[in-house]
Design a protein around this ligand. Structure first.
Ligand code: NAI
Length: 328
């Protein structure tokens, strides 16, 4: 029998937490043969609801679930953690400036980064879901100098999945026929979903589409603004699809990308593709044995260059803002 993996979820009592925990416990995060122990980290006001979710987890009698612990202390929540899903964040409220938002989230992600640094397992892998995800990941990473920097990642897999689905709809292909799509940059409205290297049933996707106007005026804004469209339709932000993407992100990181395909992850830049080193930006990556590599050597055309640069510029501004606030 395998040793259980400790998975910590912050914001466990929230919408995404509710859609996420049951799939972790049923084996979708790591594999159908990997036992898990869950740690639910909440703020004091969220503890009671987290206990309710834990009762329901009990009631599922998941064979792989070997324990649930609930806490509002990050030092306890991240103790021995192998995987940390940082979902809880301070949402933007009316009238809030970007600086206020970054500062409020600094108050969450800095202490969590420190607790990860001091208490997590040596093989800790961190996925930041809570927005602004890329910069929150940067803050947590900076507070964890003893953890290898590349273990801090931010979620752009939901954007990736949204792009796959939109492209499949446009071309009449199945999602499973589409490979090598890329989300570049920030998980925000400046993100750039790139189909110039994508393949649909082996053919170049941009050529199959053959319509740059559609790319610029339809596809890119639809993917980038999908979050707002979901709020408009559902009256609440994406939760099940966000949870699904978090599952996909970690599953792919741990279990590897398929031969001939890649995925998109927000990861610390090594300077590839002109993205300043250290920024946590989305790239095309392949994964294997729990590690990832940026796909190298892609030709970046002018259309793509301008859009990647704009999103990376926004990331650099966010980094400068949190640096000025003393958060990194
Ligand atoms: P929610 O408001 O339903 O839940 C958030 C939970 O986090 C609450 O239960 C709250 O008590 C908890 N929380 C707040 N501060 C905490 C702290 N310091 N420690 C532990 N828990 C804390 O929000 P929802 O819908 O679950 O979304 C969570 C985050 O995910 C938001 O920031 C949202 O913007 C983001 N998101 C990111 C996506 C992505 O693609 N990267 C997609 C969708 C949402």
């Amino acid at each position: 029998t395998r040793t259980p993996v400790n998975v910590t979820v912050t914001g466990a009592a929230g919408q995404i937490g509710y859609a996420l925990l049951f799939r972790i416990a049923s084996g979708h995060l790591l594999g159908a043969d990997v036992p898990v122990r869950l740690r639910l980290l909440e703020i004091p006001q969220g503890l009671k609801a987290a206990e309710g979710t834990a009762m329901e987890l009990d009631d599922c009698a998941f064979p792989l679930l070997q324990g649930i612990e609930i806490t509002d202390d990050p030092n306890v929540g991240f103790d021995g953690a192998n995987v940390a899903l940082l979902v809880g964040a301070r949402p933007r409220t009316k009238g809030m400036e970007r600086g206020d938002l970054l500062e409020a989230n600094g108050g969450i992600f800095k202490p969590q980064g420190k607790a990860i640094n001091d208490h997590a397992a040596d093989d800790i892998k961190v996925l930041v879901v809570g927005n602004p995800a890329n910069t929150n990941a940067l803050i947590a990473q900076a507070a964890a100098p003893d953890v290898p920097a590349e273990r801090f990642t931010a979620m752009t897999r939901l954007d990736h999945n949204r792009a796959l689905s939109q492209l499949a709809k446009k071309t009449g292909a199945q999602v499973s026929d589409i490979k090598k799509l890329t989300i570049w940059g920030n998980h925000s409205a400046t993100q750039y979903p790139d189909i110039f290297h994508a393949e649909i049933a082996g053919k170049n996707a941009a050529e199959v589409v053959g319509d740059e106007q559609w790319l610029a005026d339809d596809f890119i804004p639809t993917v980038a603004k999908r979050g707002a469209a979901i709020i408009e339709a559902r009256g609440a932000s994406s939760a099940a699809s966000a949870a699904n993407a978090a599952i996909d992100h970690v599953h792919t990181w741990v279990n590897g990308t398929a031969e001939g395909n890649w995925t998109s992850m927000g990861i610390p830049s090594d300077g590839s593709y002109g993205v300043p080193e250290g920024l946590i930006s989305s790239f095309p990556v392949t994964t294997k044995n729990g590690t990832y590599e940026i796909v190298q050597g892609l030709d970046i055309n002018e259309f793509s260059r301008a859009r990647i640069d704009a999103s990376v510029q926004e990331l650099a501004e966010e980094r400068d803002a949190v640096r000025a606030l003393g958060l990194i």
